[in-house]
Design a binder for this molecule. Structure first.
Ligand code: B16
Ligand code: MG
Length: 212
């Protein structure tokens, strides 16, 4: 086996919550009279909640205080969490589930490395609550991707060295974070096009050939 563990980003890799992020940010932006569309939403992939808010506020003429920004971020998160309640185990594709099961059966440790503070709730909605050997997420980091902290923490939780772990990402910032932390990476979508990626993937099941 080439690796001892695989660390998965969550949104955009295991599941797809873009539409819920979009709807929740849109509601907040509309309430503030700020222009927001799907193209701006694409810039929020893998970016932390407060950094996402700053991107949306680029279109706001008013200078907001830190407290006001906090209120807006909480308002967005409340809508987002309500929408996440619609997710069920059916939102986990059979390709993802079968691939995870195969990797696990072959003895690899599996972990999550996500920027989201809602990662554990999302895993619960998908029926993956106790599936992973470790979960490193937005609740245990102070620096977001491209800083490698979230993946370094995941490797620590697994008691593994970065060189023994493969990181799976959909965002370029995630692949850069992996490289900065000394991890090999496998990229989907825009991450597959990053110069920093170790393995470019077309689909999730490509991991079988990459990791085993
Ligand atoms: P939250 P990932 C990221 O998850 C999302 O891609 C990004 O759009 C979101 O802003 C970020 O989590 C923070 O999420 O507001 O739930 O804490 O791709 O790192 O799994
Ligand atoms: Mg992602």
């Amino acid at each position: 086996m080439k690796y001892k563990a695989v660390i998965f980003d969550l949104d955009g890799v295991i599941c797809f919550t873009d539409k819920y992020h979009y709807l929740a940010w849109k509601k907040m932006a509309d309430g503030m009279g700020i222009y927001f569309d799907e193209t701006i939403n694409n810039r929020l992939r893998g970016v932390s909640r407060m950094e996402s808010l700053e991107i949306i506020l680029e279109r706001c003429d008013k200078e907001l205080t830190q407290e006001e920004k906090q209120v807006l971020a909480e308002e967005k998160n409340k809508t987002y969490v309500e929408l996440l309640g619609q997710m069920t185990e059916k939102d986990l594709s059979s390709e993802v589930k079968e691939t995870l099961d195969s990797l696990r059966k072959s003895g690899l440790k599996l972990a999550i490395g996500s920027s989201s503070k809602n990662a554990k709730f999302i895993l619960e909605r998908l029926g993956l609550k106790d599936y992973f050997d470790a979960v490193s997420d937005g609740t245990n980091i102070s620096k977001s991707k491209p800083d490698p902290e979230v993946f370094i923490k995941a490797a620590e939780f697994l008691h593994m060295a970065p060189a023994d772990c493969l990181v799976v990402e959909d965002a370029k910032a995630g692949v850069e974070a992996a490289k900065a932390g000394g991890f090999d990476s496998a990229g989907l979508g825009e991450a597959a096009e990053s110069e920093a990626v170790t393995h470019a993937m077309n689909s999730f099941s490509d991991l079988i050939g990459i990791a085993l």
